[in-house]
Design a protein. Sequence first.
Length: 435
Amino acid sequence: MMDVRIGLLGLGTVGAGVVKILESRRAMLEERAGCRLAIASVADTDLTRPREGVNLTTLPMTSDAARVLDDPTISIVIELIGGIEPARTFILRALAAGKHVVTANKALLAHHGAELYEEARRRGVTLGFEAAVAGGIPLIQAVKEGLVANRILSVFGIVNGTSNYILSKMTDEGIDFSVALEEAQARGYAEADPTLDVEGMDSAHKLQILVTLAFRTFIDVKDIHTEGITRVTQQDIGYARELGYRVKLLAIAKASNGGVEVRVHPTMIPAASPLAAVSGVFNAVFIAGDAVGDLMFYGRGAGQMPTASAIWADVLDVARRIAHDVPALALELPSAGPGALPLAPMDAIRSCYYLRVMAQDRPGVLSRVAGILGDNDISIANLIQKGRGTREAVPVVMMTHEAREHDMRRALAAIDRLPDVAAATTMIRVEGGPA
């Protein structure tokens, strides 16, 4: 058996998981790869911090990434630094040296994927990124290979465990966002700075990668309509429950009218939907193909061992090719297809909507609100009005039938200008139609 030597950039949580899997399952991995696997060098800025379950004295540690990138005996580089730089520079340097690269870096791929895929294609090497989306769920390979006979119609789901954990706690325990966030941070599910997760950017990064694969089109991540969960209130979660819905942060991509909708935002979904039952840090992604129909992928979307498992899926695939002299194929790398779909403008999407209008309890207010909606081709499917007989503003909660986003935004601007409306109207989009 030949030796395949691996270089590791970054020995953080996931990097330590990569080492632990090799040490505990070496015989199985080598049997499946058909070669011996060796971690030849591990580069990290901290050479002494203990990593649970890893004996640092047995690892070839270095603080110099060049020891990995310039070693001609290393065939595969695993990048687990995260962020844009220096990860981008290191990956380009590894590819230029003819090394295969495996990464979990969704932010880098979302912003610079086209450049990296093209460089890998030009150098005749593999760039694997199974771990970049949905943790341990084998989603990337399924879209790339398992669904090649399909025209993908839609990809949508929960791809951020932090936000899903917070919304699950708010729904199940009736606590506010700030309390749920603190608990997520205490349990290690949220970063000290949770902005990327709770503002939806992490989901947008992952959705950009999925859109590239599923629709063979490159969408600039800055053009993805992105809203987070920071403005979701306990009040709205309660009304959602009363109406038969749950609130989830969804990443949504749909082929629609010759284009593709690509958006991330809090969404109400029927409580009976399988997606509504996905709780805690778990992820779930639904894919609809014209031949296969509807598929659901469910599992742990993050964490040391699930993500390390996905890293090894790519590493083993590359090692097997090296061991058996199978070249990397340019066709396996993401590219824009001849039928690439343009991005559909957000104003053109159609959805049902949840609205909470804070209005004075006076005669005629509800009729004026309903009149504005009607003037904009929006009809009401369900209505809740509480707190009657008070001088303070009371919530008027409505669920609409399907309407166009442009019309809804125009209606909301008019509603919020009414003198009897005390605050900006809360709007949450609804998928799955009226419950």
